[in-house]
Design a protein around this ligand. Sequence first.
Ligand SMILES: [Zn+2]
Length: 205
Amino acid sequence: MLAVHPELFAGLEAAGFKRFDLRSVYPAKTPVCFASMFSGLPPAGHGITQYEKPALACKTIFDALPAAGLKAAIAAVKDSSIDLIFRGRQADYFSEKYDSDVTARALELIEQGGHGFILAYHQEYDDLLHADGPWKEAAVAAVRRHVEAFLKLAEAFDKKWAGVPRAVAFAPDHGAHTDPATGKGAHGDDIPADMDIAHFWRFGA
Ligand SMILES: [Zn+2]
């Protein structure tokens, strides 16, 4: 998406976010990717190597945070990968109906100020790329909404924690391509469209 529609992400760099070009993990399926992102392990290390959503047995950031005295919150759409694979830790879990509810929850949590780490997961782009195609208008509009919602969260977060060392990151898990057999979107192949991603970070102090 970044290669095809860079303008969708321009707001991030305009808001001071630094772009990091990364490679996803293979196979680039959502639970495989997020397990790697939050454990630091390759798929063979964390054990999720296909589209399945068990609670992870390995150590993750959600084990390290409470050990460091930080309370974590996870707000995600109910039964999504993020909602399920980090269960069983000392974290506050919020299973929401859809993305806008996740945003509202995260804003509320930021305002309350009780967490040292908040993970908010949106999934509309992924839903729409599978339902139709990754470059279709509806899917592109979903990415626009993801960036807008993220910038809103980032602004609220930086306002709340001004003066405190902090970081906020926009961290997608994988890309996508059009499957010639179905004409719809898919991901999980070892190709640049699926594997090349970018994360955006902003640090404050
Ligand atoms: Zn997907």
